[in-house]
Design a protein around this ligand. Sequence first.
Ligand code: TXA
Ligand code: MG
Length: 314
Amino acid sequence: MALITDCNEAIRILKNGGLVALPTETVYGLGANALDEQAVVKVFNAKNRPSFDPLIVHVASVDQARLIAEVSDKAAALFERFCPGPLTLVLPKKEIVPDLTTSGHATVAVRIPNHPLTLKVIKTSGLCIAAPSANPFGYTSPTTATHVIEQLGNRIDAVLDGGACEIGLESTILELTNKPRILRLGGLSLESIQDSIGEVKIASSSSNPKAPGMLSSHYNPGIPVRLFESLDELLTQYKSVNKSSIGLLIMGDGPSGSNIYNLSTSYNDLEAASRLFKGLRQLKNKGFSKIWTHYLPDKGLGRAINDRLKRAAH
Ligand code: TXA
Ligand code: MG
């Protein structure tokens, strides 16, 4: 495994069917040529990802999206407004995309990521890049190159180091095949999408979901997570327990200390999103055997953060 900063090196590996973890504004993705079945198989193997869980394909422009998907006017308008950015659209797929990449679905998930290095890799190479989050299946997504190395270092060819991910939460997935439906809340808020296309339903999760990012158990930090309704409720319970084994992940005006990770003391949902996965990791790495946390206000990115906390706590 090599830690690289040269886009040409990343392109060389991808063109040879290899795996390169790539930075995006949301989380690091495990990239491979989406149209090369043998490369895509390697992605599933490296992640221990079940083959029924389709991959997002990353492109650099709406024109490139048209190579792999039927892009309706509505889809094009959404891409124009929000992308490059944290929105993934599920669209009817074109023949050229291997069934393996989409797990046999007649649709393909398409996204234009907003990171200069990865955009350069895609534009220069002309490749469409399949990239699930660069973590073993079921675990917390990586937001730095170091996280990727810790979790997948010996299973991939290289990590392109593009610094810490600005948003820190995966993209919002919007299905546009019938009535628009959100399959996964993420880095683009529900409010922004509704402002653009009106009322949208959020698909409910189940054990046989369309987007396994919606599996009720996901984003596992490796130690048990207990989720309280509010910071007040958490602190009330905390008074009467042995504190040495518990790390707290909180937001707002609360206590501080070496066992406490505050997502945002100023209640800023953008800041909280960018620190969420890092906070979960840091508390685990400090040796705590459990994490206590609480729901954030259900608005803006708070909704997507609550969704991740709920799954991490499952
Ligand atoms: O921000 C992100 O979206 C990151 C970065 C790397 O781009 N990627 C990411 O990929 O989160 P992944 O594989 O961890 O999550 C993709 C989700 C999965 O839950 C998958 O089931 C869903 O997208 N998905 C992919 N293709 C789909 C399709 N055709 N229909 C429905 N869901 C799909
Ligand atoms: Mg993932």
